[in-house]
Design a protein around this ligand. Structure first.
Ligand code: CAO
Length: 415
């Protein structure tokens, strides 16, 4: 079957996590992604967080599926010649170097346009234009600067970063959308363009609801669905809301049977208004259906803590999966707190290709996360990540290089 991005060739200058997430998605949709890595070194993540000596780390393998790898010293004049040819034959250059690194290498936007006016140049940077535009940035810096950390955690504790890599992978997903949009626009303009996704912007985009709440707080000085209401105090900035749902339907994480020994024996429980009657029946508190203190969402808001304490008495008598089975029969929105171990073993995620087992020549079998975006006419087959420089010769030959020229480049350590 054909793939959505068949025929699109990506010059992948990305490293670490944010950029590679983006180009991996494009590869899964069928683009030919040529990852250019420093000769002799490669992407630093190949060697980071290793669990097996001298074998590409899971950090690298899980972010670089379906790509080809070539090594190239792009600071060497001969290496630049190869890079020029690549730029002429690719549709998109994706990079997430530190600010200014591509320019210092000699590849300004103007130079790239000179080589290929149809080239789309897509970049991840920590910050957009402004006071921090020159800063190097990693995941948690972006979470802090994008508003996630100040709004995550509990009221009586410090700001907290989340394990979801919203700064890196989140930005990579944003960049991928920018790239396919630019490719689409190129169909009518014939021109390339610059695509920028800053990590601060991407995190803020994902924290949009907290900027909503900031303005609600400014106007009314209170956020009634936050745990600070009614007994705590609000300051002038959106506070950390613990496990409150953040939406119009109050929710909280509740203990389930076994919580004393299992750190993940919990369930997320949402007291959605349309099923309030069903919730009361399930927990054996039917009087709350008609009691004016509990019968309406507005009446319940100042009593949420007591309500969740009462529901927790019920959830503690069930395992999280038993509770799920019972609550789902009544369409009560809830979700088990799944550990990574449980997710790795979940058969339904294997069946959909969301969790995949991949075979690697030096590592053997490992689990990875497959393409989370499913296209009915462009199925994803997850292929192992390339070894360092595995495709150097293959790509150079495609670019027209002869054996002896390749030999010379190798002898000069350009590839
Ligand atoms: N041949 C020769 N040189 C190469 C090369 C190649 N194939 N590929 C890269 N280089 C060079 C670059 O030109 C750069 O050289 P200069 O510093 O002399 O200009 C150098 O390698 C290192 O690039 P870098 O500064 O991007 O790398 P770093 O490890 O110091 O910083 C990071 C890493 C992530 C902090 C930085 O790249 C960054 O801020 N990127 C943008 C934000 C981002 O994506 N962050 C998320 C990373 S995932 O957590």
């Amino acid at each position: 079957m054909s793939k959505a991005l068949d025929g699109v060739r990506i010059l992948d200058f990305t490293h670490v996590q944010s950029g590679p997430t983006c180009t991996q998605l494009l590869a899964w949709f069928g683009a030919d992604v040529i990852k250019v890595e420093k000769a002799g070194e490669g992407d630093a993540t190949r060697g980071q967080l290793r669990d097996i000596p001298d074998v590409d780390s899971l950090y690298f393998t899980m972010l670089n599926h379906n790509k080809r790898s070539i090594t190239l010293d792009t600071k060497n004049p001969k290496g630049k010649e190869v890079l020029n040819t690549l730029i002429k034959t690719c549709d998109v250059l994706v990079e997430n170097f530190a600010p200014g690194a591509l320019d210092r290498m000699g590849y300004t936007w103007e130079r790239i346009q000179e080589l290929n006016p149809r080239m789309i140049v897509a970049s991840v940077k920590g910050f957009g234009p402004g006071p921090y535009e020159d800063c190097k940035v990693y995941e948690n810096v972006a979470q802090c600067a994008g508003g996630a950390a100040s709004t995550t955690g509990f009221d009586d504790g410090p700001p907290v970063v989340t394990g979801a890599q919203i700064g890196d992978s989140g930005t990579g997903v944003h960049l991928a959308l920018g790239i396919v949009s630019a490719l689409y626009q190129r169909n009518s303009t014939g021109r390339g363009q610059k695509v920028l996704a800053s990590m601060q912007d991407a995190v803020l985009n994902l924290c949009r609801v907290k900027l909503r709440d900031q303005q609600r707080l400014d106007r009314t000085q209170v956020l009634k669905e936050y745990p600070q209401y009614p007994d705590g105090k609000f300051g002038d900035a959106v506070p950390r809301a613990g496990n409150a749902s953040g939406g119009g339907q109050p929710g909280w994480i509740l203990k389930c049977k076994g919580w004393e020994t299992d750190p993940n024996a919990y369930i997320y429980f949402i007291t959605q208004a349309p099923v309030w009657g069903a919730i009361c029946k399930v927990i054996g508190q039917e009087d709350w259906i008609t009691d004016p203190d509990y019968a309406s969402p507005t009446a319940r808001l100042p009593r949420l803590k007591a309500i969740f304490d009462r529901i927790e008495q019920w959830t503690m008598s069930k395992t999280k999966f038993e509770a799920m089975d019972i609550l789902n029969k009544f369409d009560i929105p809830c979700g088990p707190i799944l550990s990574m171990k449980e997710i790795a073993q979940e058969p339904s995620l294997r069946e959909t290709g969301t969790v995949v087992e991949v075979d690697h020549p030096t590592r053997g079998k490992y689990l990875s996360v497959g393409n989370p975006i499913k296209l009915s006419d462009s199925p994803t087959e997850v292929l192992r990540s390339p070894l360092l420089g595995e495709h150097t010769e293959e790509v150079l030959k495609q670019l027209g290089y002869r054996e002896d020229q390749i030999h010379e480049l190798r002898a000069a350590k350009v590839i």
